[in-house]
Design a protein around this ligand. Structure first.
Ligand code: GLN
Length: 312
């Protein structure tokens, strides 16, 4: 059976039951709304290149997208700057935590768009003129990836803005280096709001599938970004998407992905499918514990590893 045919009949509820039995990890406590997350929330979804949607129970339970927004912010920044974003942000993995207070040596640029410094900058590079304009542009762009109108959790956005001391520090550091054109507070405000966009597993899987399908949303059929932009974004997800766990992820899962502190993981298997797992308890690198296990299992069962032999 082809890999797509296998995915069309895959039992996501059985996988969900299996990973729900996995203990370990703890929910992120950086803001009250994340600290209050239900540790037993678990939703999975797959969206195939032909538009087939497969979901488990709780695939419609929403959380704030957090860092899983970063690939899409990078895509919008590449689109709106005509690729100039690639001059302003590095694309090398850091081997460090997502919020490390560190810029690229010699250039003062953020090391890559998947860590917080890089996402603060990509959110500042999208069109829009001022904070409100960029907020609107980002929400509209993310909604195009999702194929539906997304919403911001305003309480989460406020908490992120107020309590994100490391993000304020990173924005000020980029100002000092001359690599951030907008004010530090404006940069944090826009990034905080992007992290507070609500998604469920199904929505996040559609967004991942749009990148996997070269920038065309497989449900709406609408082109959201050019093929080259989608390829650049998925490349950087593959090398930097799981921070200092990216190497281990590439070996054991082998599918470009982005993790987030709300427990979401978005997957983009090029040409095949997008996927998402949401489960709040995290490991040391800020990756969902059950999400990792689910992605390892999916990759093995559906032969998704990009360096697999893919028997015909
Ligand atoms: N909003 C979070 C932050 O900026 C996102 C981090 C994450 O999901 N890894 O710290």
């Amino acid at each position: 059976m082809s890999r797509l045919a296998e995915a069309r009949t895959y039992d996501l509820d059985a996988l969900r039951d299996r990973v729900l039995a996995e203990p370990g990890g703890s929910v992120n406590e950086s803001i009250p709304q994340l600290a209050a997350a239900d540790p037993d929330l678990c939703g999975l979804a797959l969206v195939l290149a032909d538009g087939t949607v497969r979901t488990s129970a709780r695939a419609d339970a929403a959380v704030s997208v957090q860092s899983a927004v970063k690939p899409f912010l990078f895509a919008l920044a590449l689109l709106d700057t005509g690729g100039r974003a690639l001059d302003e942000i590095g694309i090398e993995p850091t081997g460090e935590a997502f919020d490390a207070i560190k810029l690229e040596t010699g250039t003062g640029r953020p090391p890559n768009p998947m860590v917080n410094a890089g996402a603060l900058l990509t959110a500042a590079l999208v069109d829009g003129g001022d904070v409100d304009g960029r907020d609107e542009r980002i929400l509209c762009g993310l909604s195009a990836f999702a194929g539906q109108e997304l919403e911001v959790d305003e309480d989460v956005a406020r908490s992120e803005h107020l309590l994100g001391d490391r993000n304020h520090a990173l924005a000020h550091l980029m100002r000092a280096e001359g690599t951030l054109a907008v004010s530090a507070d404006d940069a944090v405000a826009v990034y905080a709001r992007a992290c507070a966009v609500l998604v469920d597993a199904r929505t996040l899987a559609v967004m991942g599938a749009t990148l996997a399908c070269g920038g065309v949303n497989p449900i709406t059929g609408r082109r959201v970004v050019p093929t080259e932009v989608a390829r650049d974004v998925v490349s950087v997800m593959a090398t930097c998407g799981v921070y200092d766990g990216s190497g281990r992820w590439m070996r054991s899962v082998g599918v470009p992905a982005k993790s987030s502190v709300s427990g979401g993981i978005v997957l983009s298997a090029p040409g095949l499918l997008g996927g998402a797992v949401l489960s709040p308890p995290l490991d040391e690198q800020g990756t969902s514990v059950r999400g990792r296990i689910a992605c390892e299992t999916l990759s093995a069962d559906l032969d998704l590893h990009v360096f697999g032999s893919h028997a015909a």
